[in-house]
Design a protein around this ligand. Structure first.
Ligand code: UD1
Length: 340
């Protein structure tokens, strides 16, 4: 049973991936600094899988602590690296915090992996690297555009750091996974997304509005050149996304990768407008959502959805869950968290 390190393993995507890794038979060690998560998530994971992952509370910016971790766990075979700050607006105000958090930790991890006899590394990247792509659906060959925010830039630079390192470290293999819009929760409602403060992302804002925490959803703009005028995104169920991490890791562990550094889009291939997401929520929850159309949000792209062929052909992975599945799971999670 290979030992896999999951950094940020108590976060939204991290916790769902830990579940899928354990279900696939891996031994999981989590590093998390609890800056945007809670130790209670360990209970949720354990309730689902019956197995409590090892947990080390470490701040990856502390180089000595990262080294000490790898001395203790010198049998780690693979790393899935989620730990990062992810609030776009905050990154604009605090760029150095984002560069230090997201890139300092990455460099320290790679320095340790370089010393291992063999290492497989999965990086949490984002479709944000494409900006507003010229062609839809977006393939992995679409050009990386000038980042809109320091957050987006940390994903671009992160990918470059890994690519450059793989070129010179023959024992290191890596995959960057470019997520489209992850939503939903585990169907058990034991784990899910827990945004701190007012959610910036669409789906948690919808469920918090429906539960009564927010008065109404503001739909940012209905005059875009799309089917109903609202922005289009590729919303992917977090459990489909979690499975893709296991598959990508296995590709590396089994030496099935074609290059030492590869990138894959993770999406459904289907674009949904903001209003379609609202309608899906209303359909599965039976609740009427209070919303109003307001002006555009600065920096929003019009439309983005993935070309999923590379992931299908190379990883043998595609999404299985629908937008409705995701919205229902997000709603069940919101109700559970608020004790309703
Ligand atoms: C945002 C980030 C992106 C990040 C991603 C992570 C921005 C500009 N981009 O992407 O860098 O990788 O989250 O999931 O913040 N919407 C509303 N009302 C709301 C919230 C959102 O209408 O209250 C709309 C947005 O205009 C957008 C869609 O819903 O069209 C999705 O928004 P969001 O969940 O914030 O994701 P992205 O903007 O795609």
């Amino acid at each position: 049973m290979d030992k896999i390190l999951v950094t940020g393993g108590l976060g939204f995507i991290g916790s769902h991936t830990v579940v899928k890794l354990q279900e696939a038979g891996y031994e999981v060690v989590i590093i998390d600094d609890l800056s945007n998560s809670s130790e209670n998530v360990l209970d949720g994971i354990t309730a689902i899988t019956g197995k409590r992952p090892i947990f080390e509370k470490i701040d990856l910016k502390e180089k000595a602590d990262v080294s000490a971790f790898f001395q203790k766990h010198n049998d780690v075979k693979g790393v899935i690296h989620f730990a990062a700050s992810k609030a776009v607006g905050e990154s604009v105000k605090e760029p150095l915090l984002y560069y230090e958090n997201n890139l300092g930790s990455l460099v320290y991890l790679l320095k340790e992996l370089k010393e291992l006899p063999e290492a497989s590394f999965i990086f949490s990247s984002s479709c944000t690297v494409y900006g507003q792509a010229d062609e839809l659906p977006i393939t992995e060959n679409a050009p990386v555009k000038q980042a809109e925010s320091p957050y987006g830039n940390t994903k671009q630079i992160g990918e470059e750091i890994i690519r450059d390192t793989c070129k010179v470290v023959p024992t290191l293999k890596a995959i960057a996974l470019r997520y489209f819009n992850p939503i939903g929760a585990h169907e058990s409602a034991e784990i899910g997304e827990l945004p701190i403060g007012v959610p910036q992302n669409l789906v948690p804002f919808i469920t918090q509005t429906a539960i009564g925490m927010r008065d109404e959803l503001s739909v940012f703009g209905d005059d875009y050149p799309t089917s109903d005028g609202t922005c289009v995104r590729d919303y992917i169920h977090v459990l489909d996304l979690a499975k893709a991490h296991v598959v990508a890791l296995q590709r590396l562990l089994q030496n099935k990768n074609k290059e030492s550094y590869e990138t894959f889009n993770l999406g459904t291939g289907k674009g949904s407008s903001v209003l379609e997401v609202v309608q899906a929520f209303e359909r599965v929850s039976g609740e009427k959502l209070n919303y109003k159309i307001v002006g555009r949000r600065e920096g929003d792209i019009i439309s983005a959805y993935a070309d999923t062929n590379k992931a299908k052909d190379e990883l043998g992975w595609k999404t299985e869950l629908s937008l409705d599945d995701a919205m229902l799971s997000a709603w069940k999670w919101e109700q559970k968290v608020r004790g309703k």
